[in-house]
Design a protein around this ligand. Structure first.
Ligand code: KG4
Ligand code: ZN
Length: 357
């Protein structure tokens, strides 16, 4: 254990309080996540003020558990890594203050890590090194972005969402369909019994070869379909018939219709993500395709990405399920590369709600 570089990672950018110990940038010795899903579920989304408070309550225990599960004592920790951007500012500050305190108390370097870059690194955890150049799609509740990756630390943003993030669209559509929160896993489950071609929904690709995303039109189309707004999206088999009268609610839909709508929505999101990832892969001349973020847990997206990689002759790197959603192992893993490159921070490290370009 002594000749490995152990890094303690801390993550609190959204609604997961997480800590992990990772050896040499890839071997995960512990990965502790305290989820706040139950706290936010009745609001249908993350309430920032509640999230910050819950982080404060959980963080000491989560860090102590991560050290204990790794069988590590502070003397063995080479650096303290923390997500310092992007995220909810009040949430980020809780992890940052905890990391600064430990860095100071233990006399170990502090390493600030970009949360989205950490998602793009997550397939390396407990797995082989990633071959670069890679095209990475990070899709989560807060982000949908494509990157050209030259190395774990060299990422260039190629495109991002101009409105909702993909995961956010899953969460909002699940709420329209009354499938519960978080929406991604619920839609993924419901879609298994549905027909993805049942409802015609838009694929917003934006102009030309754009690598940006927009999901708000799709979300509205689902809403119109449910409400039956005249002229809105209708089921194919009804396309020739009269428009459904307005003011239907989701309660009027049969379980099969809900499953069909869930499957059709999921297919529309996956189509857009696949097409943009293909464009990015070509632009980057990628050897590897990377998926990261909570939406990378989606079964249809995983399958579409695998087929795409096969057609392009690329290797597809998917994170383990536990490393798709927010976690601190990806933070500690990426921090090892910062440390190798001498990129450490002082106690004046700041938190940023948005990514600096
Ligand atoms: O990465 P993550 O834990 O948090 C953020 O950084 O935002 O991602 C959470 C998001 C949620 O929007 C959730 O609905 C979505 O990931 N998600 C999924 C699936 N599992 C989680 N979306 C689609 N299919 C899934 N199976
Ligand atoms: Zn995330």
């Amino acid at each position: 254990m002594t000749d490995q570089a152990l890094i303690l990672g801390i993550e609190s950018s959204c609604d997961e309080t997480a800590a992990a110990v990772v050896a040499d940038g890839w071997r995960v010795l512990s990965n502790v996540v305290a989820s706040q899903i139950d706290l936010h579920a009745r609001f249908g989304g993350v309430v920032p003020e509640l999230a910050s408070r819950a982080h404060i309550e959980a963080i000491d225990t989560v860090i102590a558990r991560a050290l204990r599960q790794a069988g590590a004592v502070p003397e063995q920790i080479a650096a303290v890594a923390v997500t310092n951007e992007p995220g909810l500012i009040g949430s980020l500050l809780v992890g940052l203050m905890a990391a600064k305190t430990l860095s100071w108390a233990w006399g170990r370097p502090l390493v600030g890590v970009n949360h989205v870059y950490a998602h793009a690194y997550s397939p390396r955890l407990n797995a082989a090194p990633i071959e670069y150049p890679a095209a990475a799609l990070v899709a989560s509740g807060g982000h949908t972005a494509l990157y050209r990756c030259r190395s774990p630390l060299e990422l260039e943003l190629l495109g991002g969402t101009i409105d909702d993030a993909a995961g956010e669209a899953f969460d909002k559509v699940a709420s329209i369909l009354r499938l519960g929160y978080p929406g991604g896993p619920a839609i993924d489950r419901a879609a298994r019994a549905g027909n993805p071609a049942a409802v015609r929904l838009p694929r917003t690709l934006l102009r030309g070869q754009s690598l940006d995303f927009s999901f708000s039109g799709l979300k509205t189309a689902v809403l119109y379909h449910v409400r039956g707004v005249p002229g809105g999206v209708r089921q194919r088999r009804q396309a020739a018939g009269p428009a459904r009268p307005p003011s239907r609610t989701i309660e009027d839909f049969s379980p099969q219709e809900v499953a069909d709508l869930a499957a059709s929505f999921q297919a529309a999101v996956v189509d857009v993500l696949r097409i943009k990832l293909r464009r990015a892969a070509r632009e980057v001349k990628a050897r590897t395709l990377i998926l990261g973020g909570g939406v990378a847990a989606n079964s249809a997206l995983r399958q579409a990405a695998a087929e795409l990689a096969g057609r392009l002759g690329c290797t597809l790197r998917l994170p383990e399920m536990a490393f798709c959603v927010d976690n601190a192992a990806m933070v500690a893993g990426l921090a090892w590369h910062h440390l190798q490159a001498g990129r450490v921070n002082g106690l004046d490290l700041e938190a940023h709600a948005t990514v600096r370009r």
